[in-house]
Design a protein. Structure first.
Length: 167
């Protein structure tokens, strides 16, 4: 007798010398094994979308950072050229003996201030005090050097905020 790998109980199992009339077709249950596969694919697609979004945001942020640093160092280079020119002018005035007339005396002189534009909303400001003697190899001393925002700051008042009625 031939053994079949499936259960034929309850069917017309034997006829024609022990061979069934019809061979039952085994149908795999595709739905049950497809659901975990579908779930895994959805998770992978979600992670890929998040990774792509994160990479695009990081690229935009790093581009803005590169632009900001480049603008800062361009302004810093302009400042260094100005300081070298100022140092040469002060050294010439000291050699000629005209320093007190040109730049004022150290005690009463006001600092020299200069701004270097970085972009539309920031400037690099430097404040220098001239001196008739060398201070760290220069005829000036840097008092302040800072990046200042020149943009007009206005608070956003567009959100409707609950204002209780006073009685």
């Amino acid at each position: 007798m031939t053994q079949f790998p499936y259960n034929t109980a309850g069917r017309d199992a034997k006829s024609n010398n022990g061979v069934p009339d019809r061979i039952p077709i085994l149908q795999p249950r595709a739905g049950l094994s497809f659901l975990p596969l579908l779930f895994v694919v959805l998770i992978l697609v979600s992670f890929a979308a998040l990774a792509l979004s994160s990479a695009k945001n990081d690229d935009a942020l790093s581009s803005r950072y590169v632009n900001s640093v480049t603008e800062y160092y361009d302004a810093r280079n302009q400042e260094q050229l100005w300081l070298a020119n100022l140092d040469a002018q002060i050294a010439k005035a000291v050699r000629d003996g005209s320093f007190p007339d040109s730049f004022g005396k150290q005690d009463s002189a006001a600092p020299i201030r200069k701004s270097f534009e970085m972009n539309d909303h920031q400037t690099l400001q430097v404040s220098v005090m001239p001196s008739d003697s060398l201070v760290r190899g220069h005829y000036y001393q840097i008092l302040t050097e800072q990046v200042v925002s020149t943009a007009d700051y206005t608070m956003d008042q567009s959100l409707p905020v609950y204002q209780p009625e006073s009685k």
